[in-house]
Design a protein around this ligand. Sequence first.
Ligand SMILES: [Ca+2]
Length: 96
Amino acid sequence: MQMFVVKENIDNSACLSKVDSWRVNGFWTSGQRLNETCQSSFVWKPSNDKTLALKFEDWVKGDPNCFEGREFCLNLWGSQGFKWVDDRCDEQIYKP
Ligand SMILES: [Ca+2]
């Protein structure tokens, strides 16, 4: 499984173009809540010492919902057109 690490602020069409070229069903990105609390905003974290503000958002309707108070990571969900979903960071989304 690949991780889509956003290293610079790109627009949504560039993001989706990259995703589509990989032909996968979904994967994690470097998007995370700034802190592990549901009130914390999402940012891109290309490394432990760097954060980037989101310049666009493309959430699935109803997300981010921080379900059960444990969804701190951002993935692109294939069955939802690679829109964004917040999910548990330990969730295994790759199913061979
Ligand atoms: Ca969610």
